[in-house]
Design a protein around this ligand. Structure first.
Ligand SMILES: [Mg+2]
Ligand SMILES: [Zn+2]
Length: 213
């Protein structure tokens, strides 16, 4: 049984993302756009050395709900996730599983008025971060309950940090160049006691390792 669950965001944390988002998988050339970010492999390897730890990738993929991207189906989004994990594995890093949220919520629609959305995928679901659906998926996959594990969530957005706080875990913010302003938002969260602002994924991993002595 694991003692530590580490959930990691995908876009802008494990792999490069564009300012307006890549929506990976919306074209057929998406594999060429998968670029693992610096320190990610070393960070994952360091996390893999923590006894009793599991690593899950959790990713909001609202692009699946955008009508202008017909190739970005739920199945395609899964294919992209599996490919990212296999690329990381090829470089020596183990990720134990993943979940994705294919939904767009109301606030996403309001901030992306240039797109049309598939109504069946527009909802205020439990899985979209900072909701906890994907963290619970990981706990379930590992056969553990929340009470028996330490939970960390690593990401480049305030919603990743908030996900950690919502489950009573620790949020680790790793800044990404194309997500400006997120660090200020993280610093505005009232309770900073369960937040760590890391320099990169390796720093994030070392922070988690040290909190386990
Ligand atoms: Mg991100
Ligand atoms: Zn969802």
């Amino acid at each position: 049984m694991i003692k530590t669950l580490i959930c990691i965001d995908r876009d802008g944390t494990l792999i490069h993302d564009e300012k307006e988002h890549l929506y990976l998988g919306r074209d057929n050339e998406w594999k060429a756009k998968v670029r693992i970010l610096p320190y990610v492999i070393d960070g994952i390897k360091a996390l893999n050395r923590i006894p009793g730890s599991a690593i899950y990738m959790i990713t909001n993929q609202p692009g699946v709900a955008i009508s202008e991207f017909p190739l970005l189906t739920v199945e395609r989004a899964h294919e992209v996730c599996r490919y990212v994990i296999s690329e990381i594995k090829g470089l020596g890093g183990r990720i134990d599983g993943y979940s994705l949220c294919p939904h767009a919520d109301r606030s996403y629609l309001e901030s992306h008025l240039k797109y049309h959305f598939d109504e069946q995928l527009v909802c205020d679901c439990d899985c979209i971060k900072p909701g906890l659906g994907m963290v619970f998926d990981a706990l379930k996959a590992e056969g553990v309950t929340r009470q028996n594990v330490n939970v960390f969530v690593i990401g480049d957005r305030v919603t990743d940090v908030q996900t950690a706080l919502n489950i009573g875990g620790t949020g680790i913010f790793v800044p990404f160049e194309n997500e400006q302003g997120q660090e200020d938002n993280v610093k505005k969260i009232a309770d900073q006691s369960r937040i760590y602002i890391a320099r990169n994924m390796l720093d994030a991993a070392e922070f988690i390792s040290q909190s386990h002595h």
